[in-house]
Design a binder for this molecule. Structure first.
Ligand code: PLP
Length: 379
């Protein structure tokens, strides 16, 4: 199948017509166990036990690997479980570098759980290559990339980070949740593994929790992570695997609509006198535009964040005055959301009090602009 046509891959990869019923939509196989042969052997090509594998999960993993341009996908019950499998695969005493503007939960995960296991980490501004170079230690085993970052939409130059990492034999992982496989192809650039929270754009309807790791080659590391999935058991249910597989059929067309809406909203808000700043790499005035243009494909992604003129009170008022956008955490669903990150992240948050994260859905762009217009008029 042509690797260029994401919309064909998103429908057909891993899909086959069911042999028993001829069902065009794959049935959900809820069975936790599968019949063995008369000789007691497990049947070649069949599943054994649902924690180890399941037909819906296998179909999902085949599709996700194809969408991301990888060889293997390991799916999990959440994005955090996927991230955890990467940290689990390191060894005590290893050091990792994470970006200063990283998904809050990833940092909390390392801080609260993995430092107890003697996994060391430092936070670095990944957009500053000199700072990154200086932060590398002899025991640095992994560099974690997240671009655009959450919530400031800083863009890391992936190929520059890779050049540095490869020269020191350091593994790289890219959290591609925000950018999406539609707008960024980290495996093609040379990253060792990609992580997604499938709860976001892959799922796309705010109704399932999931995560995945996708790798190209890297057979040994893949097997290690697969062992954590199967033996550790943080697997998606058959129903979640089926639902996610179904959502993926519309992933490319949803992503185009998210990106188009993000660009239109960013341009509108950029010129509004009640908005201090719009963080969106698609704006020509954005400090990261040139790097984003170099490494992103098809556009600049579906996410933006804004700094409102004023403080906490004005920002929360804006969030609650919106009528189409719902003030709720998460992102990447068909319905538009805004999120006040400082209050979502809690006391250790470094997000500015006047920052709102904006996840445009796939509604009509004029309606989304008008929604901000009426809410900003009230301020
Ligand atoms: N990575 C990013 C960029 C996220 O935004 C999130 C969740 O918001 C996660 C990882 C964690 O994913 P999950 O909530 O599915 O565990």
């Amino acid at each position: 199948m042509s690797k260029d046509h994401l919309s064909t891959i998103a429908i057909h990869a891993g899909h086959h017509i069911d042999d028993t019923y001829g069902a065009v939509s794959m049935p959900i196989i809820l069975s936790t166990t599968f019949e063995r042969s008369a000789s007691g052997e497990f049947v070649e090509g069949r599943d054994m036990y649902a924690r180890s594998s399941n037909p819906n999960r296998k179909a999902l993993e085949t599709k996700l690997a194809a969408i991301e341009g990888g060889d293997h996908c390991i799916s999990f019950s959440s994005g955090q479980a996927a991230t955890m499998s990467i940290f689990h695969s390191l060894k005590a005493g290893d050091h990792l570098l994470i970006p200063d503007d990283i998904y809050y939960g990833t940092k909390v995960l390392i801080q609260q759980l993995y430092t107890r296991w003697n996994l060391q980490f430092d936070v670095v501004d990944m957009t500053d290559l000199n700072a990154l170079r200086a932060a590398i230690k002899t025991n640095t085993a992994l560099i974690w990339i997240e671009t655009p970052s959450n919530p400031a939409l800083k863009i890391t130059d992936i190929s520059e980070v890779l050049a540095l990492a490869k020269s020191k034999n350091i593994l790289t992982v890219c959290d591609n949740t925000w950018a999406s496989s539609y707008y960024c192809r980290p495996l093609d650039i040379g990253v060792d593994a990609v992580m997604h929270s499938s709860t976001k754009y892959f799922g796309g309807h705010s109704d399932l929790t999931g995560g995945c790791i996708i790798l190209k080659d890297r057979q040994e590391w893949y097997q290690n992570i697969r062992d954590f999935q199967v033996l550790g058991g943080a697997v998606p249910s058959a129903f979640d695997a089926w639902l996610l597989n179904r959502s993926l059929a519309t992933y490319p067309i949803r992503m185009k609509a998210h990106g188009d809406n993000a660009m239109i909203l960013a341009q509108y808000l950029h010129h509004h006198n009640k908005i201090e700043k719009v963080n969106y790499p698609g704006l020509k005035t954005n400090e990261y535009h040139a790097i984003a243009e170099k490494q992103m494909v098809n556009g600049f992604g579906g996410m933006l964040s804004i700094l409102v003129k004023g403080g906490l009170e004005e920002t929360l008022r804006l969030a609650s005055s919106l009528k189409i956008f719902t003030h709720a955490t998460s992102l990447g669903g068909v319905e538009s959301l805004v999120d006040h990150r400082k209050s979502a992240e809690g006391e250790h948050s470094v997000s500015p009090a006047n920052l709102l994260r904006v996840s445009p859905g796939i509604e009509n762009a004029d309606d989304l602009v008008k929604d901000f217009e009426q809410a900003l008029d009230k301020m």
